[in-house]
Design a protein around this ligand. Sequence first.
Ligand code: SF4
Length: 258
Amino acid sequence: MSSMARLEPTRTQVSARISAEIAEGALERLDAREILIWGIKNFHPRLALSASFGGPEGMVLLDMMHRIEPTSRVFVLDTGRLPQATHDLVDRVRDRYEKSVEVLLPEASAVQAMVREHGANLFYESVEKRQFCCRLRKVEPMKRHLADLDAWVSGLRREQSVTRTETRKVEIDHVHGGILKLNPLADWSHDDVWRYVREHDVPVNRLHAQGYPSVGCEPCSRAIQPGDDIRAGRWWWENAETKECGIHVGEEKEGSGI
Ligand code: SF4
């Protein structure tokens, strides 16, 4: 879709028109590809996919976006604690799609101070400390990056967890300055995702084949057993209600400053 005419409106103009479109509810009836076409047409190159490279959803969206617009943007949060399999997948994507992946790093001095004060594995000690680590390594780098975008794309699906059942396909992200957040896979099932992966030979994290439906940081992810909840391997020592890193929730849930 490189040749697609772009509207290139100012951020203010988009906000008024897009707000009306969201309010009408018509966008919620679009399918995933249509949502991405709409987003790219309106926002590229100030729109980017946030992919963890640890779940098939982000890879499905990366593939879809690339087919629509080969210069579509994707970024990953390199927390400093990712497993090698995730780094390897980033390299595979670069080769397969000839695409540069924007790698976001946490602020070194903040991580250094946290580790000096609380140790490298503070996340096992309490929900607050886990959220503190996620805030430094994920939430804050993400915020800095989104401050320079008008819209972002996430792989959230409603059936993933109790914290995601209200996910809309298009929503205003008040946590990140009122930019737009697109969740094109909101109504997709687990089977829908894997069907797309198979049909389009989409590269995915090799740890999925070892029982990890969702791969995050190495010390905070593990394989699950048959019948377990799909997110049971993430922060497995916590209740389901607290299992968000802060990227997809409001400020009040992002965790304490400790
Ligand atoms: S997932 Fe674990 S290691 Fe990664 S940022 Fe969150 S608490 Fe820290």
